[in-house]
Design a protein around this ligand. Sequence first.
Ligand SMILES: [Zn+2]
Length: 413
Amino acid sequence: MFVAKRENGEEIHLLHGWKEKQLMMLRKNERFFCPICHLEVQLKLGKQKQWHFAHKKSHSCKVEFENESAYHLRGKEQLYTWFQSQGCSVNIEHYLPAIQQRPDLFVAIGNRQIAIEYQCASLSAEQLLKRTEGYWKEGIQILWILGGNQLKRHGAYWLSLSSFHSCCVQYHSNPYLLYFCPDAKAFFKCNLLLPFSSSIVFSHAIYFPLQITTFKNILTTSPISIERLEKEWMNKKQRFRANSIHMWKQGERSFLELLYENCISLSCFPAEIGVPLPSLLAFRTHSFIWQAYILIELLGKFAVGEYFSLYTVFQYVERHWGIRRRLLPYLPGVFWKQAVREYMQFLCVIGEIEQVDVYKYRKIRCFIISKTEEEVQKFDRLFLREALRLMEAKYNMSGGKTDIIERYPEGIT
Ligand SMILES: [Zn+2]
């Protein structure tokens, strides 16, 4: 940490332009204390890390401190300086006694208070929820900034999402994650976050160099390229068809069984399965699996012409042992229903079912089982395009600029 108390009760703030000699002198002559637990802390003036204070025994402090790595300290200092340069009122390590929490940075913009959590190590979901609850209770908004060292990319457009990272997903026009790397001196904003499997997501990442970026820039909606998504998704789906037997060996036998029971060969599973939808992130279960359950197991049971309600589909998904939702504390609880609805909407568009009123559908025809590879490809391409059209309608894919700070407070939870 950068802030401690001196023997005379004053605060000492290491980012306030101290010289090394001055601090060495101080350290010789007096002791320093943690402003929160009041235990003695050591002033560290090494070369590896930023100068900082450290508890003698970290576990004795009231606030759970992240074991502050050099990376974290560097990032925190850069972010602090950057927020100052934005003309924001910013406090570093500001302690909130009512909730016994201490965000890395505490920013005030107008009458809004925002706790900035700069997280370079994983946190348990319980810890994250506890912190969130505390801030919300005090009417404070939260912005998670993950350490750039946590960003695990697979090529230009895919990244792996741990369960901790999905807990940090916030929403502004579309789900996003924000990373900051003190080495690159830049933010990376990962937009869209469309899971192909439970942990691999498609994301449009945008690079924001600190020097030329404002806070407003970061939280402004960025255009997303639909062509790129189409190409990437199609490639992945094709590879998946070709190699899926290996992937399914990893404990996803239920999908194989489902196909087997319905006499569908693995490489020719219906193209209606595995389409991208705006709210796909809602499920932790592989998108191919939950869509297969709905398409084959649930809708497969209905006769052509039969009516069924949206409620039946919700209930089926909610009770299904094989469909698990993702923990997304900053997204509405009905987010998964949105994903189910989008899938039904997609099936309407391709003419498999028809919507007769708000909550009622009718089955028009069965799903398509292609016989040849060419046919499979043709339908994959066709259905992908239809699904993406829904995506375009939902998200601003053309990229208008909006000002989140003044008009869209929901981007920061
Ligand atoms: Zn302490």
